[in-house]
Design a protein around this ligand. Structure first.
Ligand code: CA
Length: 392
């Protein structure tokens, strides 16, 4: 075989391997070093794979490696082979109420997406002069989607505390976080959909094994103020991130990471922080007195960043006056389903400013979004962005 042919052949094999793993041409994108915790002794770099977005709230990969991202004003966008398509998958700005913290928030995929092309999203809307939130199923075809059906409407909304995270769990059920919508006591009322983690079948009906089948058929856990992140470890145990108070009830700070068990009361607003009260489950990581607003979360089990296997990651989004709380936060628990933290680190301290969602890609890399165009930070060049973390 001639040398040139051999090079071509090698390149062709390599590129087909990369294609099969969904790693097309990533080396062509510029990289920048990321400050990581020295304890791991590793270097990772960041690659901006999409820019010019407006408050990208949530990310999800499909089985073919397409990366769907919501923009909070009401668009679903898609990134294919590191290229953001100009045309939105769907423009929902006509039905989405982009008010304060509300808007088009979470997005997740049906486990049978390859066959049915169902996407699920959570968004704020207006009805009768009130802000509300709803869970909607979209159906996608060739990078375009339409609203297929509304699974759950009438979740109380507000210009703040709208929850908005939505994920299909390992049990193939849909988990939805709702905020207290500025009525703290509703988080304690099982009859209200506010301040809860909801769990539903993919058609919106209530699973028979939810903890309150008669009183509150969709409620999985309660006493939440504004839950923002959901992630399962490899044993199927659910963890959650949640924003603490920002002045109401005379309290601040107290941002939380919780381990979520069905039927359990997480305290808000009766218990703020760690109370040791048997009626309420205390957080497993409490941020106090600092304010560290946590967002989208993921466990990492990929093959590209083995030093982080089993770690729990979430983005944090301090305001301009709180740059110390603008980083990627990493926790490692002592065991599957664990509540004891054995490692903790902050990555990319204020490097990208506010960070919103964080996911692990099936390609073994970590992905996150910035949130600097929401009026709470000064945007950097290219904001808002979707960024990949990969080894150097
Ligand atoms: Ca709590």
């Amino acid at each position: 075989m001639k040398k040139r042919t051999l090079i071509f052949f090698t390149a062709a094999v390599l590129s087909s391997v990369l294609l099969a793993r969904g790693l097309t041409q990533i080396s062509n994108l510029p990289t920048e070093p990321v400050a990581v915790d020295p304890s791991t002794g590793v270097t990772v770099v960041a690659q901006t794979i999409a820019s010019g977005l407006v408050v990208p709230w949530s990310l999800v990969f499909d089985p073919d490696g397409r990366l769907f991202v919501t923009e909070r004003p009401g668009r679903v966008r898609v990134i294919i082979n590191d290229t953001l398509l100009t045309q939105p998958v769907i423009d929902m700005t006509g039905v989405v109420a982009h008010a304060g913290e509300g808007g088009l928030c979470g997005i997740t995929l049906d486990q049978d997406f390859a066959a049915n092309h169902y996407l699920y999203v959570y968004h704020t809307y207006r009805e009768g002069g009130l802000l509300k939130n709803r869970v909607v199923r979209l159906i996608e075809n060739n990078n375009r989607a339409t609203i297929d059906t509304v699974l759950l409407a009438g979740i109380p909304g507000q210009s703040i505390h709208d929850g908005g995270q939505i994920k299909v769990g390992p049990d193939n059920l849909l988990y939805v976080t709702t905020g207290d919508a500025s009525v703290p006591d509703n988080a304690q009322r099982l009859s209200s959909l506010s301040g809860k983690i909801l769990r539903m079948n993919l058609d919106g009906s209530a699973p028979a094994d939810n903890p309150f089948p008669d009183e509150a058929p969709l409620v999985y856990s309660y006493g939440h103020r504004n839950p923002q992140g959901l992630a399962w470890d490899s044993s199927g145990q659910l963890y959650e991130t949640e924003h603490g108070p920002s002045g109401e009830l005379g309290a601040r700070s107290n941002d939380e990471v919780n381990i979520i068990y069905p039927g359990v009361n997480y305290g808000w607003p009766n218990c703020i922080g760690i109370c040791g009260d048997p009626n309420y489950m205390d957080p497993i990581r409490l941020f106090f007195p600092e304010t560290v607003p946590p967002h989208g979360a993921t466990f990492y089990y990929g093959d590209q960043l083995p030093m982080w296997t089993g770690s729990f990651f979430f983005g944090t989004s301090g305001f301009n006056f709180n740059p110390a709380a603008r980083h990627i936060h990493r926790l490692l628990f002592d065991q599957l389903g664990g509540t004891t933290i054995v490692e903790e680190a902050r990555l990319a301290q204020d490097q990208f400013r506010r960070i919103r969602d964080m996911i692990a890609g099936s390609d073994g890399f970590l992905y996150f979004t910035t949130s600097n165009r929401d009026g709470r930070a000064t945007p950097l060049a290219g904001d808002d962005r979707v960024i990949r973390l990969r080894p150097q």
